[in-house]
Structure formats: structure tokens, C-alpha cells
Design a protein around this ligand. Structure first.
Ligand code: ZN
Length: 187
């Protein structure tokens, strides 16, 4: 049975380390497979749309994603040893992070990325992302390199309004609700 792992927060050294590549033999280890199940369980419990292994204090290059955006459903899936083969364009992002509770910030991300890696059975996978999904992939990839969004963000602030708090309920990245409120405010 999968269980919910503790999500560590900014200040914990594991979040600042470059995570290690997973060796192919590890995929045969039932404990590693269990770990992936635990990551999904932990992401759903948080709740979040993505979770990277360092956030549960495991320094391996693994992240899970499960999100619906305007265009499509992405996931649930796990990517092991991910790499971006394409990064292009630039978009503004408003993000939160399960490891930086209660806060959001503004930053720039690539508009489109293509992420390759392997799944839990060792099969090659490729995920192309734009919009929220693309930003989520970048946010999770940063975790594997010891980077938190707050390192890149401006105007890091507590979530104060109802819309911001609602958005935080969906962290790891995002804030549809914040964005639509921003539109409202500027209208
Ligand atoms: Zn995060």
C-alpha cells in the first residue's frame, strides 16, 4: 500500500542538492516502485499537480504529474531521469510550491518544452508541454537541480485574497484563479 510521505520545506538541505540519476537496475527494486506509488499518494494528498522526489527528501531524478488544464489531461505519469530536448519562447508564470507553503511569486518560464525520460518500466517517454503543463514540467525539473521557484521569482508574497488561497490549494505551480483575478483587477 502506498503511503503519504512528508513534504520537506525550503531550508531543508535536500531541496538544494542536485538529485542523482536513477540507475536502470533500480527500476527492478520493489522499494523503488513503492516509492513512485508513494509520490503519487503524497501529491494527491497535498494536493498538488506535480511533485518531485527531493520534496520528499529523496535525492533522485524522479517527478510525478497529474493535471487537467484547459486543453487536455496530462497524467498521471512519472518521469525518471528527465531532460528537456526543446525549450522555446517565454511566458509569465505565477507559481506556488508545496515546499514553500503559503506563498506565490511571479517569474518567467519557457513557453514550450519537450521533456524526455523513462517511465517506471524503463520505457522511453516524451511529454510536450505548453501553458500550465509546460510550466509544471519546468517547475518539477528545477526541483531536481536544487532550484526553487523563489530563486527566480519576483514579488514573492503571501497568498492573501481568496483567489490566491484557492490557487495555492493547487500548488506546485499555478494559479489559474490568481491570473483571472489579476485580469479582473486590471480591467
Ligand atoms: Zn515545487
Amino acid at each position: 500500500m502506498p503511503y503519504i510521505r512528508q513534504i520537506i520545506e525550503d531550508g531543508h538541505p535536500t531541496l538544494r542538492k542536485v538529485a542523482k540519476k536513477v540507475r536502470l537496475e533500480e527500476l527492478d527494486d520493489p522499494l523503488f516502485q513503492q516509492f513512485i506509488d508513494d509520490m503519487f499518494e503524497t501529491m494527491y494528498a497535498a494536493p498538488g499537480i506535480g511533485l518531485a522526489a527531493p520534496q520528499v527528501n529523496v535525492g533522485k531524478r524522479v517527478f510525478v504529474v497529474d493535471l487537467d488544464d484547459d486543453d487536455d489531461a496530462h497524467g498521471p505519469f512519472v518521469v525518471i531521469n528527465p531532460k528537456f530536448t526543446v525549450t522555446e519562447g517565454e511566458v509569465e508564470s505565477i507559481e506556488g510550491c508545496l515546499s514553500v507553503p503559503g506563498k506565490i511569486g511571479d517569474l518567467k518560464r519557457y513557453e514550450r518544452v519537450v521533456c524526455t525520460g523513462i517511465d517506471r518500466s524503463g520505457k522511453k517517454v516524451e511529454h510536450e508541454g505548453t501553458g500550465l503543463f509546460g510550466r509544471c514540467l519546468q517547475h518539477e525539473m528545477d526541483h531536481l537541480d536544487g532550484i526553487l521557484y523563489v530563486d527566480k521569482a519576483q514579488n514573492i508574497r503571501p497568498a492573501v485574497t481568496e483567489a490566491e488561497k484557492a490557487a495555492l490549494a493547487q500548488v506546485e505551480v499555478q494559479p489559474e484563479a490568481v491570473e483571472s483575478e489579476a485580469e479582473t483587477l486590471s480591467a
